[in-house]
Design a binder for this molecule. Structure first.
Ligand code: FES
Length: 288
């Protein structure tokens, strides 16, 4: 984890109210992994200093460039949109635990809802780089909210669902998942809580429908990895990146806690934001 001055290279509104910004921050790019995030010191237009967490949308080691994708929802994000190329902001990162892809997984199913694309986008790059096949399912309210194909790697299959049917499948993105559950070796998701909850349910049912064991574990044998460890998460079929509100983003304020099936609260900023879906207590109140 490092605190650096990141120089804005490019800033543009890619969807109504949604911005993509590229920053030069080579020391943050080094060692960062998909699923991690940065904590950015922003100001508001009255001069008040705030910090905001942003998923690492992409990280390009060759150019030392990191991108963040955000929606303007308040003073801090509004302030960011007024920055100009050459301006520098404080950026702390990389933070949090990343997605863990099993070495045996060849087919990855990525599922994003709305701004959840920001949490999953870097995994598409990593997977393509590692020679894996990727299908990305994306859900939005309507065509005007659909993440542009031009910002995705050419190698992936991109399938869209919209609530109003203005483009792609009419309905929820989760309705597309059963079609891919036999193809996918692992699935990774980021988006609104109802979407993640539905995916968690589908994931549990998948094991029964397809008669598969958990990845990498021999039937009836082998020692279980500790819940929450990278090794255990790597064996999970579904990993989710939680979009929880954050305060400090470094584990101190307990403002981002989710409840787990073991009854142990976990901090999204430290033990997450990526969890195996089976770690989360979806039915008993996932967030406190
Ligand atoms: S945001 Fe403070 S503990 Fe996670």
């Amino acid at each position: 984890m490092q605190l650096v001055g990141a120089e804005l290279l490019e800033s543009r509104e890619i969807l109504p109210g949604q911005w993509l910004q590229a920053y030069h921050a080579p020391s943050l790019v080094t060692g960062s992994r998909a699923g991690q995030f940065v904590h950015v010191r922003t100001g508001d237009l009255s001069g008040l200093i705030l910090r905001r967490p942003f998923s690492i949308n992409t990280a390009d080691g060759a150019t030392g460039t990191i991108t963040i994708h955000f929606r303007t929802v308040g003073r801090g994000t509004e302030w960011l949109t007024h920055l100009r190329p050459g301006d520098t902001i404080d950026m702390l990162g990389p933070l949090g635990r990343p997605f863990e892809v099993d070495a045996q997984s060849r087919h990855l199913l990525l599922i994003a809802g709305g701004l959840g694309m920001a949490g999953i986008r870097a995994l598409a790059d990593e997977a393509i780089r590692d020679g894996r096949q990727v299908t990305l399912l994306f859900g939005a309210a309507s065509a005007r909210d659909v993440y542009p194909t031009s910002l995705l790697p050419d190698e992936i299959e991109y399938v869209v669902a919209t609530d109003d049917g203005s483009v792609g499948h009419r309905g929820f993105v989760t309705e597309l998942v059963p079609e891919y559950e036999a193809w996918a070796d692992q699935a990774f998701a980021c988006g609104p809580e109802p979407m993640l909850r539905t995916l968690a349910r589908l994931s549990v049912g998948r094991r029964g429908r397809l008669g598969v064991a958990r990845l990498g574990r021999k039937r009836g044998g082998g020692r279980a990895d500790p819940a929450g460890s990278p090794a255990a998460r790597r064996k999970a079929f579904l990993q989710v990146s939680m979009e929880q509100r954050m305060g400090c983003a470094v584990g101190a304020c307990l403002g981002c806690v989710v409840m787990t099936t073991s009854g142990t609260p976990q901090r999204v900023c430290r033990e997450g934001p990526v969890f195996a879906s089976e770690e989360i207590d979806w039915e008993g109140g996932w967030a406190r």
